[in-house]
Design a protein around this ligand. Structure first.
Ligand SMILES: Cc1cc2nc3c(=O)[nH]c(=O)nc-3n(C[C@H](O)[C@H](O)[C@H](O)COP(=O)(O)O)c2cc1C
Length: 200
């Protein structure tokens, strides 16, 4: 990881054109995910974030499950577009990271600190967002492109059953990644003067 922090921020984009070519060992993927999970801040250091890493055939199986679950609810005439998007984009990648929050941890905090009862689910989501961003950027530093998808809650039960995941784990986001097969389009930025106020 030799790139400067802000180069990594600039390089992190949503990549939708992916290939299955491996750029690093699977063990390295596990290491960088593990480091991000370990170092992320969380409310009261509750460490409610959970992650599932799906590689190779497991990644393919995941996207087949997404298609199966969507087919059951999407009108037949529009399902083809959905299926093409999954087959031509996300499923072409090398792996998918699933982001969960452990609701038993969140509920434990709510019982212990009732004054913040309504805040804990929000903070849990914020903590997950930080984790998603950290892993997204870490993958970028290794040369992978990723994007963030939200097929939850439609897919939750089927994915939980497939990998026998704990009932308390709540699915927040899905991040397919792979070697970039095309670069994202340039991004438009709003003027920072409209977004930041500095007082001194
Ligand atoms: C909380 C959040 C939710 C998002 N959800 C989706 C999503 O469901 N599908 C998707 O393709 N992109 C999703 N994105 C990606 C944004 O569309 C993308 O980050 C934004 O357009 C800026 O582009 P960039 O990622 O290339 O910088 C999400 C991003 C964030 C931060």
């Amino acid at each position: 990881m030799t790139k400067h922090f802000f180069s990594a921020l600039q390089g992190r984009r949503s990549y939708y054109a992916l290939s299955k070519e491996a750029l690093i060992d699977d063990q390295r993927i596990e290491e960088l995910v593990g480091e991000a999970v370990k170092q992320m801040p969380s409310p009261f250091n509750s460490q409610s974030g959970r992650v599932v890493i799906l590689l190779g055939q497991r990644h393919d199986r995941f996207w087949d499950i997404v298609k199966e679950q969507l087919q059951a609810i999407v009108p037949a005439e529009s399902f083809q577009i959905t299926e093409d998007k999954i087959n031509d984009s996300f499923k072409c990648g090398y792996g998918t990271i699933l982001y969960y929050e452990d609701l038993s941890v969140v509920e434990g905090l709510q019982q212990k600190f009732p004054a913040y009862l309504d805040k804990f689910p929000l903070w849990s989501n914020q903590s997950s967002g930080m984790l998603q961003f950290a892993i997204w950027t870490a993958l970028e530093l290794e040369g992978y492109g990723a994007s963030l998808q939200h097929y939850n809650p439609v897919i939750d039960a089927a994915v939980r059953a497939e990998w026998d995941l704990p009932a308390d784990w709540s699915l927040i986001a899905q991040m397919p990644f792979g070697k970039p097969a095309a670069q994202p389009k340039p991004k438009e930025f709003q003027p920072l003067s409209a977004r930041i106020k500095l007082f001194k």
